[in-house]
Design a protein around this ligand. Sequence first.
Ligand SMILES: NC(=O)c1ccc[n+]([C@@H]2O[C@H](COP(=O)([O-])OP(=O)(O)OC[C@H]3O[C@@H](n4cnc5c(N)ncnc54)[C@H](OP(=O)(O)O)[C@@H]3O)[C@@H](O)[C@H]2O)c1
Length: 255
Amino acid sequence: MLDALGSPQSLLVLGASSDIAQATVAAVAARGRLNRVVLAGRPGERRDAAEASARALPGMSGAAITAVDFEASDSTSHSSFVDAVFDAGEVDVALVAFGVLPDAATVADPSAAANVVTANFTGAVSALTAISARMRGQGHGVIVVLSSVAGERPRRSNYLYGATKAGLDAFATGLGDSLHGSGVSVVVVRPGFVRTKMTHGMDAAPLAVGPDEVAQAIVTSLRGPSRTVWVPRPMRPVMSLLRHLPRTVFRRLPI
Ligand SMILES: NC(=O)c1ccc[n+]([C@@H]2O[C@H](COP(=O)([O-])OP(=O)(O)OC[C@H]3O[C@@H](n4cnc5c(N)ncnc54)[C@H](OP(=O)(O)O)[C@@H]3O)[C@@H](O)[C@H]2O)c1
């Protein structure tokens, strides 16, 4: 259960090696109440490094940390994966942080493009469906979903990724509203450009932030009803303006 300040005792992370996820684990650990952390992701060096970093965090001394295999594109495995995690103990907060940002070659290849949709959207739908059912059963919990401003209005330079995030955002928002009154809430996080390995080598966009700023926005939004969180906050009026530009203008913007 979250305490009065919104600090969880147990945390499930899908996409353990994500830079934003790792910053969030550190921010939650700093609150000092964690006793269980499940780091789910594809096996390999990046997940191993994330696990080692988590174990080294100051606030993690009393927590049981487990790394488990999770493949977003394998929806058939998600029910049994989620059941195994919840059968082993309650989950106060689940962070859905996996995702891929496709390059131009991927966008142009029909099969590769569909794989991006499978990982970013279809896989998230199945994982969120399984997690929300178990959280509803335990009567409490917070699901944090990494959406993106890219889903607010897909840009010509980023429309495949934007489409997956628009779908994910719509699903997570509707899921949160469907859970109203159940004790479970869904926090939809819409960051702008975040300096992580996903954006490494790219020119930072205006209002760019680091993963720690996203993590702070997440930990301060764990209490209360389902909501949407913009990071940084000025992204909300900026995207509201961009959303309402006529298409003839929007498609000419260098974005
Ligand atoms: N960075 C940004 O500017 C930005 C802005 C808005 C939203 N976001 C979103 O925030 C989330 C975290 O992004 P990040 O910047 O922290 O990116 P990141 O460091 O590149 O992390 C991406 C994560 O997704 C995992 N992943 C990718 N495909 C997967 C699959 N098929 N199955 C399981 N895991 C998979 C990666 O695991 P592996 O280590 O196994 O590859 C990694 O843990 C993503 O959903 C991203 O779309 C990012």
